[in-house]
Design a protein around this ligand. Structure first.
Ligand SMILES: NC(=O)c1ccc[n+]([C@@H]2O[C@H](COP(=O)([O-])OP(=O)(O)OC[C@H]3O[C@@H](n4cnc5c(N)ncnc54)[C@H](OP(=O)(O)O)[C@@H]3O)[C@@H](O)[C@H]2O)c1
Length: 242
């Protein structure tokens, strides 16, 4: 039976590409989304027609415990097990530091930190010893000099701490964090072009990453070739030195 990968937030952006890369490797793929059903269906169609594996599309808000529980039940019903969980879904809410409210801050935390905790807690119950979990953190976790994203940066730093505790609690399931730098996705579509230019100048490779350059690292980390990489943080940022 094919292996099964759940990628949260795989209707678009990085998650979409991670879903495609796992499908290329013969995994059945669970596509999770919150709002963009059409985009999730498009990903499913590409995967089933081009790679001949099965998909399951699940609408679930990862910050809602009952919705996460239901998602894992649906996966169990269709595939009986899960081999890979990629906690990819995340939000950013850039705004001036003093404009941020407690509820703005909590919303980012609930999606970027509590969501991965809930997904790992319930998904691990249908995973076996050879399974793997990847948390998509960010270089913002330790490179924090942008108060507009104080909430996002703190959530991504906390996700590294959660990665360490999950690795201890769930061993021998391997749990690792990937820290991408800038990626070309919708999350960055509103950035000022001058700011993008300045940031590219702080990257040795002088450009943002393509989604495939992060997605392939995630797939590698879940493969038998990475069988001794555990409780690690892997930075993929083109050599940022800002
Ligand atoms: N882009 C970057 O430069 C960058 C850099 C470092 C790290 N990252 C991290 O990489 C991950 C993916 O980022 P991206 O740039 O691909 O983001 P994106 O293009 O904005 O896509 C976000 C995805 O997450 C889903 N999502 C958001 N909230 C959700 C929730 N509560 N429950 C379920 N799904 C939810 C969205 O679903 P819908 O389509 O249904 O709304 C969408 O599929 C995030 O964790 C982000 O923090 C990104």
């Amino acid at each position: 039976m094919n292996k099964v990968a759940l990628i949260t937030g795989s209707s678009r952006g990085l998650g979409r590409q991670i879903a495609l890369e796992f499908a290329k490797k013969g995994y059945n793929v669970v596509i999770n989304f919150k709002n963009e059903e059409n985009k999730a269906q498009e990903v499913s169609q590409i995967i089933e027609s081009e790679y001949g594996v099965s998909t399951l599309i699940i609408k679930a808000d990862i910050s809602d415990e009952q919705e996460v529980k239901n998602m894992i039940e649906l996966i169990k019903d269709k595939f009986e097990k899960l081999d890979v969980l990629v906690n990819n879904a995340g939000i950013a809410n850039d705004s001036p530091f003093f404009d941020k409210t407690k509820s703005d801050f909590l919303k980012v935390y609930e999606t970027n930190l509590v969501g991965p905790f809930l997904c790992a807690k319930y998904a691990s119950q249908i995973m076996d010893e050879s399974s793997s979990i990847i948390n998509i953190s960010s270089t913002n976790a330790d490179n924090t000099h942008y108060p507009y994203s104080a909430d996002y940066d703190a959530s991504k730093a906390a996700l590294i701490s959660l990665t360490n505790n999950l690795a201890v609690e769930l061993a021998p399931i391997r749990v690792n964090a990937v820290l991408p730098g800038w990626i070309n996705t919708e999350m960055n579509q509103d950035l000022d072009s001058e700011y993008i230019k300045e940031e590219c100048n702080k990257i040795l490779l002088k450009r943002f990453a393509d989604v495939t350059e992060i997605a392939k690292v995630v797939v590698f980390l879940c493969s038998p070739d990475a069988s001794y990489i555990n409780k690690s943080t892997i930075t993929v940022d083109g050599g940022y030195y800002g």
